[in-house]
Each structure stands twice: as C-alpha cells, then as structure tokens.
Design a protein around this ligand. Structure first.
Ligand code: PLP
Ligand code: ZN
Length: 412
C-alpha cells in the first residue's frame, strides 16, 4: 500500500515488507511489527482543515493514516469518538487541575477493543479472508464477534473457561463459534496460534496482526482533537498484553510527526500487582519478560506473558513513562470512586488506569497544575460479578412506610 513504507519489528528493529502477514521472521511471534507510514505523503492530506471538515464522527475519519485502501470493509457502527469528560469532581478529590476521562465503554461491544476489531475486520475483508479468529481474555473476543456479525464474517473465538459470563453471553448472542479452552489466556492464545496455522484463518489478535494496533491509536487522535490539540501531560492506561498503550502512544507520535501537536505525553502503564510483567521489565530496565502465573480480578489484563510486551516497553521508554502496580483491592475501590464521581461504570481492567491515577495522586507524584487523561477501557456491565465484590448487597425492606422509617433510623 502506497501510504505504508514498511513494517518494523518492535523487538529487533528489523525492517520487513508488507508481504509478511504477521510477525518478524527473525524473532517469531514475540517480534510484533509496527506499521510505518510515509508521513510526507500523509501530511498533505491529514491536516487540521481536513479533520475540521470531515463528517465521519468515528474512527474512519482517520482513514489517511489507517492501514486500509478504502472503507469497503468499514462496519457501519459507531466506533470511537467516545466522550472525553473533564471531571471537576475528580479534580477536586485528587487535587489535580485537569482530569479527563475517556469512556471506551461507549463503543459498540462496550470496550476499547472495538477500535482494533473494526480495523481487523475491514482488513480481512480487503484481503478477501472469509474466516477470522481470535484468542482473548474476553473483550477482544466479544468485540471481533460483534463486528464479524455486523459484516457477515465467519469467526472462531478461543477464550479461557474463566471468561466472565457477560462477555461469553456476547459471543454466543453474536453467533460466534466459541472454543472454551480448558486453561488460562496464555493457553488459549497458544492453542489459537496452532489452529490458525492448521486452518489458515485470518488472525485478529492485536499481538500478532500488525494492523490491529492501528485501530487503537485512534483514541490518541481523538484526545488531541477533543482537547483542541493541547496534549495532556500524562496519559494513563491499564496494561495487559501491551497493545493498547503501544497503540495510543503511536497515535500521539504520528500526530506529532504530522505537525498537528507540539508535545508528547508521558505514558503511564498501570498493571495489577498479580499480573505485572511489563511493569517489572520496565522497572528492572530489562528487554525481556519472565513468566509468573497471573492472578488478578481484572480478567482483561490477566496475562502471564505479555504478547505485545516489546511495543509496550518501547512506548514506556520513548515517552519516559511511569509504571504503577495496583492491588485488586485498589482496583475495586477505584471502580466505586470513579462511578460515584463521574457516572462512568468500568469493569475491573477498565478502571485499573484510574486506580493507578489515585495511587500516583496519593503519593504526590502528579503536580496540582498537571493535566492528565485516563482511559476507561471497558464497561462495568460486562462483569457484574466482580462489581458486586466492590459493593454491599442492599437489605430487603417490606413495602410498608413505618418499616422504612424504622429501617432508616436503624441504618443511619
Ligand atoms: C484488553 C484490555 C486492556 C489491556 O489492553 P492490552 O492491549 O492487552 O494491554 C485493558 N482493559 C480492558 C477492558 C481490556 O479489554
Ligand atoms: Zn525481529
């Protein structure tokens, strides 16, 4: 494709051609590829005026810098242009001047993954692939499932048996062929790879297919546009495989290279204490990952081996980033604090970024004059069981006013 110059390995830096479908030939599956564009060419088209006049209020407005020829495979769903709220109540609570909340639960299947799936399905259609597959902790699955349903594409989904019920229900309602794998996400991922090799399906995994992360970068473009091209000092995200933070960082870099913004944010990676391989590697200044069996309530970021870890580490190193770990308790607390101050209800992984912000603010690591944005990556309705752990069950009251008055007196 003319606008794409080449693909570049995130691990060894090798330059490879677009003909390579998935990963770096030298590094194997750990060598995920970045799509490198011809910026001089794109600069002519993607200008502030172009954006101002573009009537697509979804990710397709960024077509000049997406890895697609056109919009034939673009799903007619409302993908992206999610709201970015300025929360005065959080600003007061945390004593930070500007706090912005990007609510990705507003996407078609209620998570940030929809940005990637939309591009993945469009790419599959351009490449005339009629079967797509994915391995996922749940959200990538339900997302590809919804988009495949919308566009009429056959799809196979590999998920760990521990997938939350809401996400599984989405898959089944959308009509995917679901393979419930006896094992965790790492097992499901490796199993899916084997099946892809055998059956020749198109692989939607963000950590394999270089074009998927391209969808995720649109969140950064939107933040720039929504803030009138004034970039926040810090952008805070929950991290599992690392595709999301890498994608958003790439988006900021590309707008910077196009001359649309004049500074870059510091990227903040927030992981669960029981599943923190990216943060461990970053803190130890290592460019490799050690496996520890993951354990966290935040299923979407419960990852033993980060499948896009090198891209995530590059994002942290290049942006002089910050790594924060939070406990499951802090995640559940963040869920209620966020909901009670903004009206945004996120799933555990969805609010992990915010839990990191609360921690940094508590430690005084963010100055009162800073501006920060964080992404709520998935809706709380996807995993009601976890949400119930963050709150108390209400008491039953008989429908009699005198009993209600008595109940109030006893429960002040
Ligand atoms: C996938 C996911 C993440 C993490 O994204 P990675 O690309 O795996 O780092 C965070 N939150 C939610 C809700 C997700 O579904
Ligand atoms: Zn490589």
């Amino acid at each position: 494709m003319k606008k794409i110059k080449y693909l570049k390995c995130s691990k060894c830096g090798a330059v490879v051609s677009e003909e390579v479908m998935y990963n770096c030939p030298h590094c194997g599956t750990s060598g995920t590829l970045d799509v490198i564009y011809d910026m001089e060419l794109i600069k002519n088209e993607l200008t502030k005026e172009y954006l101002k006049e573009n009537k697509n209020t979804n990710i397709w407005r960024y077509l000049p810098i997406l890895p697609l020829e056109g919009l034939t495979g673009a799903a007619p769903l409302q993908i992206g242009m999610s709201p970015l709220y300025k929360s005065s109540r959080l600003e007061k609570l945390l004593n930070i001047k500007n706090i912005y909340v990007k609510d990705e639960g507003r996407n078609p299947t209620a998570s940030f993954k929809d940005r990637a799936s939309a591009v993945g399905i469009a790419k599959a259609i351009e490449l005339k692939k009629n079967v797509i597959c994915a391995a996922s902790t749940g959200n990538a699955a339900s997302s590809v499932s919804g988009f495949a349903a919308c566009m009429g594409i056959e799809n196979y989904i590999f998920v760990p048996e521990t997938i939350p019920e809401g996400k599984l229900a989405q898959l089944l309602v959308f009509g995917s062929k679901v393979i419930l794998v006896d094992g965790d996400y790492d097992t499901a991922f490796d199993f899916c790879l084997k099946a892809v090799e055998h059956f020749g399906w198109y692989n939607r995994s963000c950590a394999i297919n270089p074009y998927l992360v391209e969808g995720k970068k649109t969140a950064a473009f939107e933040i720039c546009e929504q803030l009138d091209f004034k970039v926040p000092d810090k952008v805070i995200m929950s991290v599992g495989d690392g595709c999301s933070i890498a994608g958003v960082w790439k988006g900021f870099k590309e707008f910077y290279d196009l001359g649309l913004i004049d500074k870059l944010p510091v990227m903040v990676s927030v992981q669960a204490e029981g599943s923190n391989p990216v943060n461990r590697a970053f803190r130890n200044n290592k460019f490799e990952f050690d496996y520890i069996a993951p354990k966290t309530i935040a299923d979407s970021i419960s990852v033993g081996i980060p499948r896009n870890g090198y891209k995530a580490l590059n994002a942290l190193n290049e942006s002089k980033g910050i790594a924060v770990d939070v406990s499951d308790e802090e995640i559940l607390n963040a869920m209620t604090v966020l909901a009670r101050h903004t009206g945004v209800f996120g799933e555990p992984a969805g609010v992990t970024g915010f839990a990191g912000l609360m921690k940094l603010a508590g430690e005084g690591a963010i100055g009162p004059d800073e501006s920060v944005a964080f992404i709520v990556s998935g809706s709380g309705l996807k995993d009601v069981k976890s949400a119930q752990m963050a709150v108390l069950k209400p008491d039953k009251v008989k429908p009699q006013l005198d009993l209600l008055i008595k109940y109030f007196e006893e429960n002040k």
